[in-house]
Design a protein around this ligand. Sequence first.
Ligand SMILES: [Zn+2]
Length: 447
Amino acid sequence: MNLLLFSLFREKKRRRVVELTEKMVVDGGSRDGGEWDGRWNHINTFLERPGPFTHPDFEPSTESLQFLLDTCKILVIGAGGLGCELLKDLALSGFRHIHVVDMDTIDVSNLNRQFLFRLKDVGRPKADIAADFINGRIPGCNVFCLPHTEFHIIVCGLDSIIARRWMNGMLLSLLVYEDGVLDPSSIIPLIDGGTEGFKGNARVIFPGMTACIDCTLELYPPQINFPMCTIASMPRLPEHCVEYVRMLLWPKEKPFGDGVGLDADDPEHIQWVYQKSQERAAEFSITGVTYRLTQGENTHSAILNSACATEVFKIASSAYIPLNNYMVFNDVDGLYTYTFEAERKENCSSCSQVPQDLHFSPSAKLQEVLDYLTENASLQMKSPAITATLEGKNKTLYLQTVASIEQRTRPNLSKSLKELGLLDGQELAVADVTTPQTLLFKLSFTS
Ligand SMILES: [Zn+2]
C-alpha cells in the first residue's frame, strides 16, 4: 500500500476535523439526532486506543469519531441486495452523511433479501425507501437519495460491470494532474464489492494511484455460456442439468403459467427448478445438483458488504491500513479467502494517461477495429462510437446508439482504414457506455 497517499488522506481528514472542532466550540458542540450514553462505544473501541493491527501512524483520539459522524460524506451506488447491506453496515458504523443512488423500483420478489423494503413499498423507488428506512431506524443518520457533488469515499454495491466501469471512469476524470503529477487531494477512494455465484470480491481503489477496475478487466471475463448442444443432449456437469431446466424446460412446461419468467428470488420457482434438475441429473447419473447451485445466488453478500463497510471505516478513520487491495472470497466448496495486490496496468485504457496504440494494416476494415474494441479482454466495450479528425474536421466514422447515424455510418464499416482517409499515427476518439470519458487511441499501421 502506498503509505504516502494514505498519510495525505489522513492529513486532509485531520484538517477537516480541526475546522469542525473549532466550529463545534462555537455552537457548544450540540448535535441533533438522538444521542445516548455509550452509543458509539463499539466504534470508540477501535478509535480511542492503540492495538496490534492499527496503522503505524495512528494516534488514538476522539476526533476520528467526530469526522465519521459529522463530516465524512459517503456515496453508495445501488440500493438493491448489496446496497441494503452496505447502508445498514455504514449507518451502524457511525457514518451519518450517506447518499444513495439507484434508478430501480422495488419489485415484490426483492422483499425476501432486500430487507429495507416492505410489501407497501412495492413499485416505489429503491433509493427513497432505503433512505427513509435507515433514517427512521437509526437516529441522527441522514441518508439522502439525491447525489451530492463532493464525496470523501464512494462504495459500489452493483451487479453491473458496465456501471462500475462507468463510475471508475468518472472518478478518474475528476483527477487533477499538475505538470504530470497527480494532486492527491483530487483522489476519491472507491470501494467495490461484487459477487457472482459462490465467488465474490472486495477491493479498494485509489484512482490514479492503485489498480483501477479497467486495469484488471481480464478478471471479469464475459459470462460463460454452456454450448446449447451440451445442455440439450450431452450433460456432464450438474450445472448443465440446471441450465437445461432453466433454459429449455421452463419455457416448454410453463410451470407457473403463460408468460411467467423464472424469478431467482422466488423460492417456489427455485424449488421447481431444483426438483427438475435432480430428475435430469439422475437420468444421466450426474451427482452434485444442490439447492444452492440451483439458486445460483450468493449466500455471502453480507460478508462482502461488511468487508466493504470495514474498508470505508478504515480509510475514513485512518486508524487501520486499508486492504491492499483485492480480497477474493470463494465458498463453492468449503470456504476459502485470500488477498492480493492487483497491479496497475501500464497501458490501462482508463487510468494510464497514455493513448493506446491500435495496430492495424491500412487495408484492415473499420469493422475489424470495432470488433477489436468489443472483443479485446482488456477493453470489452459495448457499443463504441469512433470519431477522427480528418482534414481539420471532426468526423464520425461509426456510431450505433442513434439509429439514423448508425444507418448513415454503417457503410464505413466495410471500408478500409486507408479508404476512410486515416493516416498512420492518427488519433481515434472512442466513446462507450463503459466510461464517461472519451478514450484516445493512436492508429499504428502495420505493413
Ligand atoms: Zn487502470
